[in-house]
Design a protein around this ligand. Structure first.
Ligand SMILES: *Cc1c(COP(=O)(O)O)cnc(C)c1O
Length: 393
C-alpha cells in the first residue's frame, strides 16, 4: 500500500476559545516547554524535573503525602489507579453517584471485584451526607468515594461531613478532583482525603495526558498490606513509586515532554498563587452567571451548590442545542459543552477553567451567545454587560 505524503498538510487547527468541560486553553509557555528536547527518562536532568514536579504537585494538592505523582494517562487513569490499588475483591466500596463521573467510579469498582454500595443523588444537586451516614451504618467499607466537582452537572460536593463519616467508619476517603484541582480551595491533608486524583487539562491548563494522584499514609498502608497483587501491572503504584522515589527503578518510560508541560503549568500556578487563582475563578463565574441571568437564562444548580469553573446553563424552551453550539464555534471560535445522559439537550456546560477563566472570555461569550440566540429568533433581555460590569466593579 502506498500513500502520497503531500496529501498530509501541516497541522493547523487555528485558534479556539475553550469554554467547555475541558480541555481548557493552554498557555503558550506550557506548549513551549513541551517542545524542549526529549531526553532519557533516567537522565539526571530529567530526574530533577521529576522531583520538582512532585514538589509542585504537593503544593497544588496541599499535602505532605509522599506518593504524589502524575500517572501516565488522562484523568480516568487516575480514577482507575485509585480503585485498582486500594480495593481487593469482595471489599465494600461506597460510591456517591449524582452524575457521569460517579457512574464511572461505580463501573470501575465492579470491574475490580469490589462490593459496590451505591448512593444515588439527583443529577444537578449535591449528595446529602446523611445518605452516606445511613449507607455505612453497620458496615465497615474499605472506601467512601465522591466526586468533588461533577463536571457533567456543575455541582460542587461539600467534602467535610462525608470525610468525617468515612473516618468514623474506618474507611479511606477517595475524592475525584479532576475538575476542581487548581480552580478552587482544596487541601488533601486538611480535608482528611486518603486518595485523590485529577487530570491536567481542566483547571491546570496543561494538555490532556497525565493524572496527578496523591495517596495518604493510610492509603499506602492499604496498598502495602494487600493480600492479592494489584490486578493492573501498568497502574500498580507499589512499582511506579519506586521509579518516582529514590530508587529510580525503571517501570515504564515516563512521557518526558508531557511532564515538562505539567511542570510549567504548575509553575504558572505557583506564580499566580492559589488564593489569587481561586478568587479569579470565583469572580469570573459570578460575572458569567450575572450576565446569563440578566439575559433571562437560568442555571441548573442552586446557587450554594455551584462550581466556579463549570456552569450548567438551562437551554431555553424551543432553542436548538446543537445549532447554537455550532454557531458559537463557527462564528466565534468558542467551544462549550452539551449535556450528558438525561441532561442532553437540556443544558449547556460553560467552562471557566484555568487559563480560560478570564474577564475577556466572559464578555465575549455573553456577547456571542446573545448574538446567536437573537439570530435564532429567541427573545433576550437586555442588560447582560451592565450586570457583568457590576460584578467586576
Ligand atoms: C474529565 C473528568 C474525568 C475524566 O478525565 P479524562 O481526562 O477525560 O480521562 C473524571 N472525572 C471528572 C470529574 C472529570 O471532569
Amino acid at each position: 500500500m502506498s500513500i502520497n505524503a503531500t496529501e498530509f498538510t501541516d497541522i493547523d487547527p487555528g485558534e479556539r476559545i475553550l469554554m467547555g468541560p475541558g480541555p481548557s486553553n493552554v498557555p503558550a509557555r506550557v506548549l513551549q516547554a513541551m517542545s524542549a528536547p526529549c531526553i532519557g527518562h533516567l537522565d539526571p536532568y530529567f530526574l530533577s524535573i521529576m522531583d520538582e514536579t512532585q514538589r509542585l504537585l504537593r503544593f497544588l494538592f496541599q499535602t505532605e503525602n509522599d506518593l504524589t505523582i502524575p500517572v501516565s494517562g488522562t484523568g480516568s487513569s487516575g480514577m482507575e489507579t485509585c480503585f485498582i490499588n486500594l480495593v481487593e475483591p469482595g471489599e465494600e466500596v461506597v460510591v456517591c453517584i449524582n452524575g457521569v463521573f460517579g457512574t464511572r467510579m461505580a463501573d470501575i469498582v465492579n470491574r475490580v471485584g469490589g462490593e459496590l454500595i451505591e448512593i444515588h443523588g439527583q443529577w444537578g444537586r449535591a449528595i446529602d451526607p446523611e445518605a452516606v451516614r445511613k449507607a455505612v451504618k453497620g458496615r465497615s467499607p474499605k472506601i467512601v468515594a465522591v466526586v468533588h466537582a461533577e463536571t457533567s452537572t456543575g455541582v460542587c460536593q461539600p467534602l467535610r461531613d462525608i470525610a468525617n463519616i468515612a473516618r468514623e467508619a474506618g474507611a479511606l476517603f477517595l475524592v475525584d478532583m479532576v475538575t476542581s484541582l487548581g480552580g478552587m480551595e482544596i487541601s488533601v491533608d486538611n480535608m482528611g482525603i486518603d486518595a485523590a486524583y485529577s487530570g491536567t487539562q481542566k483547571c491546570i491548563s496543561c494538555p490532556p495526558g497525565l493524572a496527578p494522584i496523591s495517596f495518604s499514609s493510610a492509603a499506602m498502608k492499604a496498598l502495602n498490606t494487600r493480600k492479592t497483587p494489584v490486578p493492573s501491572w501498568y497502574l500498580d503504584m507499589s512499582m511506579v513509586k519506586s521509579y518516582w522515589g529514590a530508587d529510580r527503578k525503571y517501570h515504564h518510560t515516563a512521557p518526558i515532554n508531557m511532564i515538562y508541560a505539567l511542570r510549567e503549568a504548575l509553575r504558572i500556578i505557583a506564580e499566580e498563587g492559589l488564593k489569587e487563582r481561586f478568587a479569579r475563578h470565583l469572580l469570573n463565574h459570578r460575572a458569567l452567571v450575572a450576565g446569563l441571568e440578566a439575559m433571562g437564562l437560568s442555571m441548573l444548580v442552586p446557587e450554594t451548590e455551584r462550581l466556579p469553573m463549570l456552569n450548567a446553563v438551562c437551554i431555553p424552551e424551543g432553542v436548538d442545542d446543537v445549532k447554537v453550539r455550532r454557531a458559537l464555534l463557527n462564528d466565534f471560535g468558542i467551544e462549550i459543552g452539551g449535556g450528558l445522559g438525561d441532561l442532553q439537550g437540556k443544558i449547556w456546560r460553560v467552562g471557566l477553567m484555568g487559563h480560560s477563566s478570564t474577564r475577556k472570555n466572559v464578555l465575549l461569550f455573553l456577547t456571542a451567545l446573545e448574538t446567536v440566540l437573537k439570530a435564532e429568533g429567541i427573545k433576550v433581555s437586555p442588560g447582560a454587560l451592565e450586570a457583568v460590569s457590576a460584578v467586576y466593579s
